[in-house]
Ligand binder design. Structure first.
Ligand SMILES: *Cc1c(COP(=O)(O)O)cnc(C)c1O
Length: 231
C-alpha cells in the first residue's frame, strides 16, 4: 500500500526531527506524483494526504482538471513565463521562482484574476550546478527585494534542488547554507518577505535536509516507487 510507504517517510521525518530537536509538525511532506496516475493520488488522498507536487505545468493542469477532490498542488519544477497563466490559480505554492521577470508575470496574471496574492518560494542553486535552475546565493537578496515590491506575489521562503549524490551527507552543506541564507534575509525584515518555508530534501536526502531545518520535503520515489518515463 502506498500509504505504508508514506507513513515510513513520516516515521523517518519524525526520527530526524528528534535528532535535531525539532517538532515533526513543522515538516510538510509533499508527495511528488509526477508521471504517476490519478488512482495513486486518490489512494493517498483517501488516507488524508493533502500535499502533492508536480514538476510540469501540463501534467499539473491535467491532473487538476480531472480531480474533483481538494488537493494542495505544489509546482516544484521550472516554470516558463508563458505558462504561468495555466497554473497561477491552481496551485497552493510555486516553489521555483528564480527571476524577477517570472515573478512579474505571476503578478500580472494574479492581478488579472483578482487574486490577492500568489505564494512563492525563491529557488536558489547552492551547488552552482549548470544543469539546474535557481539563483546564485549571492544574487538572491537583491532579487528578493525586487520581487517583494510586487503586489500580488508573496515570498514565503526558499527552495533548492540539491545535487544527486550517493551519500546524502554530501548535501548537508548546501542545506545548511540555505538555512543560513534564510536567517540572514529574515533578519533584514524586508516588507512582504516571509522566510518561514524551506523546501529542500528529496527521497535520497530528506532526512539530512530535515536535520538542517527543512520545513517542506519533496518525496517522489520514496512514496510512489521508481518512475517510468517511457510510458
Ligand atoms: C522529481 C522531483 C522530486 C522528487 O524526487 P525523488 O527523488 O523521486 O524523491 C523533488 N523535487 C523536484 C523539483 C523534482 O522534480
Amino acid at each position: 500500500m502506498l500509504i505504508d510507504q508514506y507513513n515510513q517517510v513520516k516515521e523517518n521525518v519524525k526520527k530526524a526531527c528528534e535528532r535535531a530537536g525539532r517538532d515533526p509538525r513543522d515538516v510538510t511532506i509533499i508527495a511528488v506524483s509526477k508521471t504517476k496516475p490519478l488512482e495513486m493520488i486518490e489512494e493517498l488522498r483517501k488516507a488524508k494526504v493533502k500535499d502533492f507536487g508536480e514538476n510540469k505545468v501540463q501534467e499539473l493542469k491535467e491532473k487538476y482538471e480531472k480531480i474533483s477532490w481538494p488537493v494542495r498542488w505544489h509546482l516544484i519544477g521550472h516554470l516558463q513565463t508563458n505558462k504561468v497563466k495555466y497554473i497561477v490559480d491552481k496551485v497552493a505554492l510555486i516553489h521555483s521562482v528564480d527571476s524577477v521577470h517570472l515573478a512579474k508575470q505571476i503578478d500580472k496574471e494574479a492581478a488579472k484574476r483578482q487574486m490577492k496574492e500568489v505564494p512563492v518560494l525563491i529557488q536558489v542553486n547552492f551547488a552552482h550546478e549548470d544543469t539546474k535552475f535557481g539563483l546564485a546565493p549571492e544574487e538572491t537578496e537583491n532579487v528578493i527585494k525586487e520581487i517583494a515590491a510586487l503586489e500580488h506575489v508573496k515570498i514565503k521562503g526558499l527552495m533548492q534542488i540539491a545535487p544527486f549524490v550517493d551519500d546524502p551527507e554530501e548535501n548537508r552543506k548546501y542545506f545548511r547554507a540555505m538555512k543560513q541564507l534564510s536567517v540572514d534575509i529574515k533578519n533584514k525584515n524586508f516588507d512582504n518577505v516571509d522566510m518561514s518555508i524551506l523546501s529542500m530534501g528529496m527521497t535520497n536526502d530528506y532526512e539530512v535536509a530535515v536535520e538542517e531545518g527543512a520545513t517542506m520535503i519533496r518525496v517522489g520515489t520514496g512514496i510512489f516507487g521508481e518512475r517510468n518515463y517511457s510510458i
